[in-house]
Ligand binder design. Structure first.
Ligand code: 13P
Length: 255
């Protein structure tokens, strides 16, 4: 088992966002089929496809090392919420985790911290891990507010049901998403250290063992440097997770 700081097994998760028709499942299958050759040093690997592909990906990945996650869930278990899916439905379709509070949902759907917290709580209720996303805008960064924003989001978005097994934090600076830009290694390490301290203050020993992923323009060429930083326990990868070759190159940065 690959371990970095705090003896935590890393997680490399691919967020396909609103990309992928059924034909894209061949990319996921190529990732799945390559995992056994990575051996015991491999990180945990997950793909979060659009909801339309969840069940198909879960059934073709069953029994393999590839985990499957959803990209969002509604706080309620069921009801009159046209177009939404619940955490229970994602679990029923074969997901073991769900991303909540991604900046694109916070921006496109006006999701506030308390909604994100309710969604994370729903994930726990359904027996899913919550991958809770946080991160500052460029304006907040330039104004020197990164740590203030991140700490506010942590306080507001993580439910009291969180523990080291059911919660993953993903730090995704909004200005780094899909732009090819990344913070300096020192900046990533500083923010992740602040997140770790915050988690430890609130959750004690569990806070020391929760995974903190970095996300935002992770690609094969920068993965090794970003993923070797202290308190970086894996990556949440967007664009580079769509092609098996690139995603596997990122995974191998840990293996
Ligand atoms: P990119 O890797 O495309 O920058 O996206 C990151 C992200 O938003 C993952 O959730």
């Amino acid at each position: 088992m690959a371990e970095n700081s705090n003896g935590i097994r890393p997680l490399v998760a691919g967020n396909w966002k609103m990309n992928g028709l059924a034909a894209a499942l061949t990319e996921a299958a190529a990732v799945r089929d390559a995992l056994p050759s990575l051996g015991t040093g491999a990180p945990e690997v997950m793909i979060c496809p659009p909801a339309t592909l969840l069940s198909q990906l879960a059934s073709t990945s069953r029994g393999s090392a590839l985990a499957v996650g959803a990209q969002d869930c509604h706080p309620s278990a069921s009801g009159a919420h046209t177009g939404d899916i619940s955490a229970e439905m994602a679990k029923d379709a074969g997901a073991s985790a769900v991303i909540v509070g991604h900046s694109e949902r916070r921006a496109d759907h006006g999701e506030l911290d308390r909604i994100v917290q309710a969604k994370a709580s729903a994930a726990h209720r359904a027996g899913l891990s919550a991958i809770i996303c946080i991160g500052e805008t460029n304006g907040e960064r330039v104004a020197g507010l990164t740590l203030t924003v991140v700490e506010r989001q942590l306080r507001g978005s993580i439910p009291g049901t969180a523990d080291k097994t059911n919660t993953v934090i993903a730090y995704e600076p909004i200005w780094a998403i899909g732009t090819g830009l990344t913070p300096s290694p020192n900046d990533v390490a500083e923010v992740h250290a602040a997140i770790r301290k915050n988690l430890e203050d609130r959750f004690g020993a569990d806070g020391l063992s929760m995974r903190i992923l970095y996300g935002g323009s992770v690609k094969p060429s920068n993965a090794r440097e970003l993923l070797s930083l202290p308190n970086v326990n894996g990556a949440l990868v967007g664009g580079a997770s769509l092609k098996a070759e690139d995603f596997l190159a990122i995974i191998r940065a840990y293996a």
